[in-house]
Write a protein that binds this ligand. Structure first.
Ligand code: UT7
Length: 332
């Protein structure tokens, strides 16, 4: 077998819609309070789309910024992977819609459904096309318009989620010490009933009944997901660090999925991470599902915490259950 080529992230672009939904707005919509939301989740505000704006629109804005940063054209891309749980439509794939809107000429691509772990999984899938030498430029986009599947009368879910997108370009790392190092992913379908949207698929096709029963919204057993996330995220991170002979204190930037500030700090404590290495932006964006990790990469960059050569740990747990952890050295 030929030597595998290490993939690196060579550009990053992110986008959130301008409209803000603050905790004060939610206080007027459901029986909740700013104090409860901040205390239990860490969220202060989230961005949501205006009517008619779809996941592909956010994805394209993020993609354009990543292309501009790398100073390449969409036609230089070989593949586009769109990680999302809120595609524009069941089909065609949102990757096709994004390809068309970008005017990318010679790409193929697909959507990847793994909820909050989808960006990390997409990164790994994209890295394999680089590793084998099949491709030299793969775009991975995490994008979700969660507001389209949220019941804004259900206080248990509507305070949590927001909309957003982030895109990265993957390329071969000429310097073998940079780029994607290792990963450890796991799915556990036994947790499917803890976080799901039951309506609209082949099991419960859309009908008046599915709408009346609010089956087209996110349903979550928050405590069950919380407990699983705290346990599993730390467990896989620990194993991955151990396999690579690393300690938590070696990590320069811990970039976790932003579902709940308490999940992030619990993982950070268990791993012995340095507090300044833990990237948290849930206060400004809420849980944007597949977009949280690229959005948090951007936050890390803005805070001066993502420099060439820095050791980065990505971690996510989401519906499925899906868990993803990945280790990389930031490459530019
Ligand atoms: O990204 C996908 C993965 N998702 C996650 O990782 C989410 C994991 N879960 C969580 O983050 C937390 O479980 C939540 C933030 C969803 C909920 O926080 P919690 O501390 O687990 O609250 P709870 O569900 O145990 O509810 C505690 C109380 C309940 O009232 P009673 O029964 O004690 O009277 C709820 O009815 O808080 C109540 N409550 C609220 N009160 C004010 C639930 N939602 C709200 C609200 N405002 N928005």
């Amino acid at each position: 077998m030929n030597k595998l080529i290490r993939a690196k992230i060579s550009a990053l672009g992110t986008y959130v819609p301008p409209r803000l939904l603050t905790n004060a707005d939610l206080e007027r919509m459901v029986e909740t309070s700013n104090d409860w939301i901040v205390d239990r989740t860490g969220i202060r505000e989230r961005h949501i789309v205006d009517e008619g704006v779809a996941t592909s629109d956010l994805a394209v804005e993020a993609a354009k910024l990543a292309l501009a940063e790398r100073e390449i054209d969409s036609s230089d891309l070989d593949a586009i992977i769109v990680a999302t749980v809120t595609p524009d439509m069941f089909f065609p794939a949102t990757a096709c819609v994004v390809q068309h809107k970008l005017g990318a000429k010679k790409v193929w691509g697909f959507d990847l459904s793994a909820a909050c772990s989808a960006f990390v999984y997409g990164l790994q899938a994209g890295a394999q096309f680089i590793a084998t030498g099949a491709h030299s430029k793969v775009m991975v986009i995490g994008a979700d318009v969660m507001s389209c599947i949220i019941d804004y009368t259900d206080r248990a879910t509507c305070v949590i989620f927001g909309d957003g997108a982030g895109a990265v370009v993957l390329e071969p790392a000429e310097d073998d010490s940079l780029g994607m190092i290792d990963f450890m992913h796991e799915i556990d379908g036994g947790g499917g009933c803890s976080l799901y949207m039951p309506g609209g698929g082949s099991l419960h096709p859309a009908s008046h009944e599915t709408i009346d029963k609010k089956m087209h919204y996110v349903h979550q057993d928050g405590q069950a997901v919380f407990k699983y996330a705290v346990r599993k995220q730390a467990e896989l991170c620990e194993k991955l660090l151990q396999r690579n002979g690393l300690k938590g204190s070696d990590i320069k930037a811990f970039i976790p999925h932003q579902a709940n500030k308490r999940i992030i700090t619990a993982t950070a404590d268990r791993l012995g991470l340095r507090p300044e290495s833990v990237i948290i932006n849930i206060d400004r964006f809420g849980n944007t599902t597949a977009a949280t990790i690229p959005l948090a990469m951007e936050t890390a960059r803005q805070e001066g915490k993502l420099k060439k050569g820095d050791l980065v740990l990505l971690a996510s747990v989401g519906a499925g259950f899906t868990t993803g952890v990945a280790l990389l050295r930031w490459a530019y």
